[in-house]
Design a protein around this ligand. Structure first.
Ligand SMILES: NC(=O)c1ccc[n+]([C@@H]2O[C@H](COP(=O)([O-])OP(=O)(O)OC[C@H]3O[C@@H](n4cnc5c(N)ncnc54)[C@H](O)[C@@H]3O)[C@@H](O)[C@H]2O)c1
Length: 286
């Protein structure tokens, strides 16, 4: 039996076959999940072409995370595609060009705000839009009841699977070259994750982030100087790091979406080859 057998998942952020979300969707299907993707506007044809490379056909629903109408229609769209929902991957980030690449001091307010809205606030927006489907309060309360009217048995809810939301992060505990306002947006995302864990936990929803090392994707290509930053990684990561291999990140996302991660919330799991634990490379990069 697969890790995600019977799970119904919304995977956002699939654009190209390099997208981290594409690898999560493929792995999730292989592990028994039923998957629906989201895309928006003129990205649709690219997402659909990429979706055709999955092992099983999927529906692709419309979601611009900055569009209130899309958010309002999201739960209905997911329900009609999957009948319910057990987990969500938020794999969405954007910062305008003038907010990246060493332009921290000159970036206009509007660009910083757009980066925050699209990359951090949207994690909360998607979670609340889908809460009607993710909420496990009722199941947990009734599982905890010995008989009608009796008090909730604190031990019993452990048998009722939690639902899960997972986001994708780039370590925001330090300042990086070139990452600028995207780095600030990721710091906000890390904080949003803790508040979601606080407010969704009582609903039986787990919220966690996977903080990934650099991987070659469309979003990464949009960051001027990404290659220079990525080249530092293999020399400092004790396990080494392959910027073309998103599978370790996909594995960890699938674990967090699965019942094996029961009881884990508000966490940031680093999948970076161990880079974060090391102060400086053992030898200068070749
Ligand atoms: N590639 C890396 O090195 C790396 C490292 C750490 C974290 N991440 C994070 O992984 C996530 C996925 O990025 P990726 O690297 O797979 O690149 P990607 O370009 O394949 O995915 C980014 C996605 O964001 C979507 N998006 C942008 N604006 C949106 C909006 N308004 N509404 C809905 N969707 C929107 C795009 O359509 C795209 O699917 C991002 O949060 C990114 O910051 C990436």
């Amino acid at each position: 039996m697969g890790l995600l057998e019977g799970k119904r998942l919304l995977i956002t952020g699939v654009l190209t076959p390099q997208s981290l979300a594409f690898h999560v969707a493929r792995m999730a299907q292989a592990q028994g999940a039923e998957v629906v993707l989201s895309t928006f506007g003129r990205m649709r044809s690219l997402t659909e072409r990429t979706a055709n490379r999955l092992d099983r056909p999927v529906e692709v629903i419309e979601l611009d995370v900055n569009d209130d109408e899309h958010l309002a229609a999201l739960a209905d769209g997911v329900k009609s595609a999957l009948g319910g929902l057990d987990g969500v991957l938020h794999a969405i980030a954007f910062a305008p060009e003038d907010a990246l690449g060493g332009k921290f001091l000159s970036a206009p307010r509007e660009s910083a705000e757009l980066a925050f809205r699209t990359s951090a606030f949207s994690y909360k927006a998607v979670a609340t839009a889908l809460l009607p489907l993710l909420d496990r309060t009722e199941g947990r309360a009734s599982a905890g009841r010995v008989a009608d009217g009796d008090p909730v048995d604190a031990a019993a809810p452990r048998d009722v699977p939690e639902s899960a939301i997972v986001g994708l992060d780039f370590d925001a505990t330090v300042a990086w070259p070139i990452y600028d306002w995207m780095g600030v947006a990721k710091a906000a995302l890390e904080s949003v994750n803790r508040y979601l864990a606080r407010d969704l936990g009582p609903h039986g929803v787990r919220a966690n982030l996977v903080s990934a090392g650099p991987l070659r994707t469309m979003a990464a290509k949009g960051i001027p100087g990404f290659n220079d930053l990525a080249q530092l990684w293999p020399a400092q990561a004790p396990l080494g790091w392959d910027i073309e291999d998103p599978q370790p990140v996909a594995n960890t996302v699938c674990w967090l979406l699965s019942d094996l991660a029961r009881g884990v919330s508000g966490e940031i799991v680093r999948v970076d080859g161990g880079f974060h634990a090391i102060g400086a490379p053992s030898a200068p990069p070749a």
